[in-house]
Ligand binder design. Structure first.
Ligand SMILES: Cc1cc2nc3c(=O)[nH]c(=O)nc-3n(C[C@H](O)[C@H](O)[C@H](O)COP(=O)(O)OP(=O)(O)OC[C@H]3O[C@@H](n4cnc5c(N)ncnc54)[C@H](O)[C@@H]3O)c2cc1C
Length: 419
């Protein structure tokens, strides 16, 4: 028994049984938070993967590079997971939510009653029209799951040439890891710049220069029209302009489709994911959602959006569990995302917008810089490369909306902490 237990009982009457669908990062955090907050009732964790709750960032980095085993991604050691006393339905798929009967139905027909239900179903890799709908058709690969990463890592052991479709974060990290493993890489991106949805043009330029310097061929404003498997297991990719690329494997990195089907079929409000409020509640207050699948109003972005990030999966998973217990929750995170490519650690705090004025500290060409995005004299967002320490101060400036002396901001002799 923990000290928090009476507090939970005082805050709200805990639901009889809590069911979590999705045993990824958000689901894992939700389960352990319920226990941490003193909830001693039944928790059912339904996960269609065979692995215990885990984190995905290493899948495109150390695991893909063959430098770390799959179990390095586990959210907690096996003994700690067992100690939670969670009824983990491993390899089980939730097929339907019956809201009237307050139960989740599994594919095998099992009905699991819930007092509160937390949806942490994440998303799946988007597949373009020209790719078969189902994964597993070699030499086409996606990268979302541990199994995807292990399959692609095995390919990278011998692949000489890779075509990566999509110049977003996953595509670029795959390109980086594949280059480090000695493969030639072509990145095919439909937009006119890399990571167009998430970073301003100057950062796209920096990413382009970085990849080109590493020998990656980046084709912008380009698209795949078709592909053909060859008898030897390789493939021929035909681009929209008629040119062709021969390769050993094609990796699709064109984004994520939220797994909101269960919610939509149950009549919950969805719009590109499951709509939730600051308490992680869906349009049915007994059903909550967290992680990649959840859409919420983000005050830093000024709009409703899904946050596909490690930080959000953890923090919103925690928030949803607390909300399920009736504890106070007001989830309004400053978005934080990072990416590792060729030894560069890039971090983004907040959401840089076109109307922001940018001030830069350090030189991009030197590989270490911090760009601050301001509205007046208040920093609204920051993007830094290999600048972890300064980024921590930048985060504080943003979160506390501190007014700063902008005239001195670009002077790297003055530490951010003194502005
Ligand atoms: C390769 C890769 C690299 C990444 N790198 C970074 C990074 O460097 N930095 C960063 O900030 N973020 C990164 N991310 C993003 C981050 O990992 C995700 O935002 C995070 O994993 C989301 O967690 P989640 O729990 O919402 O979803 P997931 O981790 O996807 O978990 C959802 C789980 O639910 C299961 N599920 C779905 N439907 C059902 C159902 N009906 N029944 C049962 N189970 C179901 C899914 O199979 C899955 O296991 C990366 C993501 C990937 C894929």
């Amino acid at each position: 028994m923990t000290m928090e237990q009476p507090q939970v009982a005082a805050a709200a009457c805990p639901p009889h049984s809590i069911v979590i669908v999705g045993a990824g990062q958000a689901g894992g955090w939700a389960a352990q938070t319920l226990r941490k907050e003193g909830y001693a009732g039944p928790i059912v964790l339904i996960g269609d993967e065979m692995y215990p709750p885990h984190e995905r960032p290493p899948l495109s980095k150390t695991v893909l590079a063959g430098l770390a085993p799959a179990d390095s991604t586990w959210l907690m050691p096996a003994a700690a997971f067992d100690a939670l006393g969670v009824d983990w339905r491993r390899g089980a798929r939730a097929r339907r939510i019956d809201r009237a009967a307050r139960q989740v139905l599994l594919e095998d027909g099992t009905a699991l009653p819930y007092g509160r239900l937390i949806l942490c179903t994440g998303g799946r890799a988007r597949r373009p029209d020209w790719a078969p709908p189902e994964p597993g058709s070699q030499p086409l690969y996606t990268l979302r799951t541990i199994d995807d990463a292990l399959a692609l890592a095995a390919v990278l052991e011998h692949a000489r040439r890779l075509v990566v479709v999509g110049g977003g974060w996953i595509g670029l990290e795959v390109a980086s890891t594949a280059r480090q493993r000695g493969a030639e890489v072509v990145v095919v991106e439909a937009q006119s710049r890399l990571c167009e949805r998430t970073v301003p043009p100057e950062i796209s330029e920096h990413l382009l220069a970085l990849h080109q310097a590493q020998g990656v061929q980046v084709l912008l404003a380009s698209g795949v029209a078709a592909w053909e498997p060859a008898p030897d297991g390789s493939a021929l990719v035909q681009l929209a302009d008629g040119s062709t690329l021969a390769c050993d494997a094609i990796v699709l990195g064109i984004g994520l489709v939220p797994n909101d089907d269960l919610a939509r079929e149950a009549g919950l409000a969805c719009d590109g994911g499951v709509l939730v409020d600051g308490q992680c509640r869906t349009s049915d207050p007994d059903i909550l959602a967290a992680g990649d699948v959840a859409v919420s109003l983000n005050p830093w972005a000024g709009r409703r959006m899904r946050l596909e990030s490690w930080q959000n999966a953890q923090e919103q998973g925690i928030a949803a569990a607390r909300a399920a217990l009736g504890l106070a929750v007001d989830y309004q995170p400053l978005p934080w995302f990072w990416s590792d490519q060729y030894g560069m650690n890039l971090q983004i705090y907040g959401m840089p917008r076109q109307e922001h004025r940018a001030v830069q500290r350090g030189e991009m060409a030197e590989g270490r810089f911090l760009r601050l995005y301001l509205e007046g004299d208040v920093v609204q967002a920051a993007i830094g490369a290999n600048a972890g320490r300064e980024l921590r101060f930048a985060r504080r400036l943003i979160e506390q909306r501190i007014h700063i002396d902008t005239a001195r901001l670009a002077d790297t002799d003055i530490p951010l902490s003194q502005l």
